[in-house]
Design a protein around this ligand. Structure first.
Ligand code: F6P
Length: 320
């Protein structure tokens, strides 16, 4: 193998730059050439790509976002779009591809591999941490630290005014961000799509807390479970408590990556190159029990990653 390409696709996540840096530098270290594809599969189709060198990835390990830019390409979902991308594979002499992104991006990569036989390795990059085959995806740690920082700040004003706050967090169909940030931030209730919790239960817990002298309450709602605004309205109607709603939105996707995410991204990016050099194809790198491992790409998007019930129960016990 002489020349590989790398792209970032789907929602960006902090640490993607550290992963790009690892792919480029590890590949160059082993004598390979690297093509950087801009704007994910859109750039793949439109030939928006060019050679990368050691300097292309200088001074980016600490930056959020992705220097390669990203996109959600509708055209790559069509056979015509993929055939244009393959024409560019031939034109640029690409012999292997590293895709840094989430399960949607891996789905595209898997179909492309089946049609055109280009070896592809996936590197999980998403704040949602919803990918089967890895305990952590790049960006999740930074995102939950951002949420915890927001909880800390909201707690100050919630205590002063003795208010109930509802914080809606991202995660798409997954409750991982809500669960882990809720545990770390000491939330009273955590609503996640994997486990349905009734608003009555949430309200009972709130009332019990206030009776015991609690000055404020924080409820974390995963966007896939319910709308924060709706939950706030229902709690107000059912308890008469004043509720305030904060939707954290895209600020969860930005920011300088934590050391954990940079280390994870560096290990995963380097492993992706190693796998390509070993002749592995259609696999995803993952972190399992502290080790970087490879698993079949399709496992990443077949079936939903189950939530950690022990963590959920623990969060409930600790917020009694
Ligand atoms: O997958 C990452 C994510 O941030 C989800 O948590 C969220 O639902 C979605 O992307 C938002 O996508 P967009 O940036 O396209 O609005």
């Amino acid at each position: 193998m002489q020349r590989i390409a790398v792209l970032t696709s789907g929602g960006d996540s902090p640490g993607m730059n550290a992963a790009i840096r690892a792919v480029v530098r590890k590949a160059i270290y082993h004598g390979l050439e690297v093509i950087g594809i801009q704007r994910g599969y859109s750039g793949f189709i439109e030939a928006d790509m060019g050679p990368m060198n050691l300097g292309s990835v200088a001074d980016i390990v600490h930056r959020g976002g992705t220097v390669l830019r990203t996109a959600r390409s509708e055209e790559f979902k069509t056979p015509e779009g993929r055939s244009k991308a393959f024409a560019n594979v031939q034109r640029f002499g690409i012999q292997g591809l590293v895709v840094i992104g989430g399960d949607g991006s891996f789905k595209g990569a898997e179909v492309f591999n089946r049609e055109y036989n280009l070896p592809v390795i996936g590197v999980p990059g998403t704040i949602d941490n919803d990918i089967t085959g890895t305990e952590f995806s790049i960006g999740f740690d930074t995102a939950i630290n951002t949420v915890v920082e927001a909880i800390n700040k909201i707690r100050d004003t919630a205590t002063s005014h003795e208010r109930t706050f509802i914080l809606e967090v991202m995660g798409r169909e997954s409750g991982y961000i809500a669960l882990m940030a809720g545990l770390a931030g000491g939330a009273e209730s955590i609503l996640i799509p994997e486990l349905r919790q009734s608003i009555e239960e949430v309200c009972d817990k709130l009332k019990r807390g206030y009776k015991r002298g609690k000055l404020h309450s924080i409820i974390i709602v995963a966007e896939g479970a319910a709308s924060g605004l709706e939950v706030g309205k229902q709690i107000r109607e059912m308890t008469g408590l004043e509720t305030k709603v904060t939707i954290l939105g895209h600020l969860q996707r930005g920011g300088t990556p934590t050391a954990f995410d940079r280390i994870l991204a560096s290990q995963m990016g380097a492993k992706a190159v190693e796998l390509l050099m070993e002749g592995c194809r259609n696999h995803m790198v993952g972190m399992v029990a502290g080790k970087v491992v490879a698993s079949p790409l399709e496992a990443a998007f077949h079936g939903k990653r189950p939530i950690d019930l022990e963590i959920y129960n623990l969060a409930n016990i600790l917020s009694i």
